[in-house]
Design a protein around this ligand. Structure first.
Ligand code: ADP
Ligand code: ASP
Ligand code: MG
Length: 401
């Protein structure tokens, strides 16, 4: 007998038939003798629909009220799932985030988990009940409902698995596991049997939405046994773990992120402290800067370019303009029509020529590279947004097909 946390995403619980299918998976796991906690997302596009409803009334609602609204989708799913399991004659209870004592900080819309209570879930499991938990939501110190950021139900599941020392955390979704590339966009994408936490963290952070990046971060920190698999076909998925047999492959995957903007400061004074002023100001405002490029100085000026999330771009631009004289630059140029394409792989550390292969693929596809950045297990390039899909396909083909 094991203690298993299972998470089912929005498309897996989109309608009555799918809820029944998922109830079947949960029931089988329970009947085998396991303790089961199932974490659910909102059905289908419910969260997007709720956001659209809000914007019909107020284009700029407070984040508190937004969380009050969008947390409701998950509550619908858990009640329906519990009803489906009741119908099968199984003992079950559905619980919201606050009922399981999932407490977060006060950052509405993107809250961080502080603690998951043990009491309620353990008591219910002690009574041999199946526990169905609403993902994506928690409660802050003001007793307000908070949400964990889009895709955050994965993080709820991993947090419960970590806090309650579950034996396994299974993330059920609408594809059969983690692939070398988004299988819906690149037909040649190959399913991986396993991947390291570090690789998956980079892939998730670079745009592969199959797992919420904070869920991977947490799984790594607490050594959670994580698996991604399909809720539609019953076969083994992909295991996410500390070490894998990566020798055979130089890279594990290709990802694309279109939530990127490039900001260039033109004719910045070529003197010490300028980069410090720019990036300290952005970090104080919690704006994450990714790729940074600085040109060689000429006639006492230089250019500094960097990327930020597109959602942060307006605020970053406004802040920089307000400090134009204090920082000392002539003008600012921004572009939202860029995308970041990345390759990730632990095998990169021990192999040469990986970057050259990636650049060759881009050259063959006639895609121009605007910026490059590398880490131990990742290489990212910034390209024009309308060339990004072609870039991904060309790189994927070069490495995997
Ligand atoms: P859920 O609703 O189950 O949380 P998501 O839509 O958040 O599902 O994540 C699953 C989707 O992630 C897949 O349908 C797929 O299109 C996308 N995806 C992107 N990159 C990858 C990848 N490398 N491997 C698998 N799926 C990926
Ligand atoms: N329902 C939320 C979203 O759509 C959380 C999740 O699905 O993980 O972002
Ligand atoms: Mg998801």
């Amino acid at each position: 007998m094991a203690f298993i946390v299972q998470k089912f995403g929005g498309s897996s619980v989109a309608d009555a038939e799918r809820i029944r299918r998922v109830a079947g998976i949960i029931a089988d796991t329970y009947i085998e003798g396991n303790d089961v906690v199932a974490v659910l997302s909102a059905q289908g596009d419910t969260t997007d629909d709720l956001i659209a409803k809000a914007h019909e009334l107020n284009p700029n609602p407070s984040k508190r009220e937004m969380d009050m609204l969008i947390s409701t989708g998950e509550q619908i799913s858990i009640a329906l799932m519990a009803m489906a399991l009741e119908k099968m004659g199984l003992p079950v209870v559905s619980l919201t985030g606050w009922q399981i004592g999932l407490s977060t900080n006060t950052q509405y819309g993107n809250a961080r988990i502080n603690r998951v209570g043990h009491e309620r879930i353990m008591t219910e499991l002690g009574h041999r009940r199946i526990v169905i938990v609403a993902g994506f939501q928690g409660k802050n110190k003001y007793d307000d409902i908070t949400t964990l950021g889009r895709g955050g139900s994965d993080t709820t599941a991993v947090a419960i698995a970590a806090a309650l020392h579950a034996d396994l955390c299974q993330i059920y979704t609408d594809v059969e596991g983690i692939y070398t590339c988004d299988p819906r966009k690149v037909p040649g994408a190959k399913k991986l049997d396993e991947i390291t936490y570090d690789e998956m963290l980079e892939l998730a952070s670079m745009g592969a939405q199959v797992l919420h990046n904070r869920s991977v971060e947490m799984a790594k920190r607490y050594g959670v046994n994580l698996e991604v698999l399909s809720s539609f076909v019953r076969k083994p998925g992909t295991k996410v773990k500390e070490v894998c047999k990566v020798e055979q492959r130089s890279i594990s995957g290709v990802a694309k992120d279109t939530n990127v903007s490039r900001i260039a400061l033109i004719n910045v004074k070529d003197e010490p402290g300028v980069a410090f002023k720019v990036f300290r100001m952005l970090s104080k405002e919690k704006i994450v800067v990714d790729i940074i490029l600085q040109s060689i100085g000429r006639e006492k000026v230089k250019d500094i370019s960097f990327t930020v999330a597109q959602t942060d771009r307006p605020r970053a631009e406004e802040l920089l303009m307000s400090m134009k004289d204090a920082i000392g630059f002539e003008s600012i140029s921004v572009s939202d029509n860029v995308a970041k394409v990345s390759i990730v792989g632990a095998g990169m550390m021990s192999q040469y020529g990986v970057a050259a292969t990636m650049f060759e693929a881009l050259y063959d596809a006639k895609v121009n590279i605007n910026m490059i950045s590398t880490s131990e297990i990742k290489i990212s390039v910034l390209v024009d947004e309308d060339e990004a899909d072609r870039a991904v396909a060309a790189i994927h083909k070069k490495f995997f097909e």
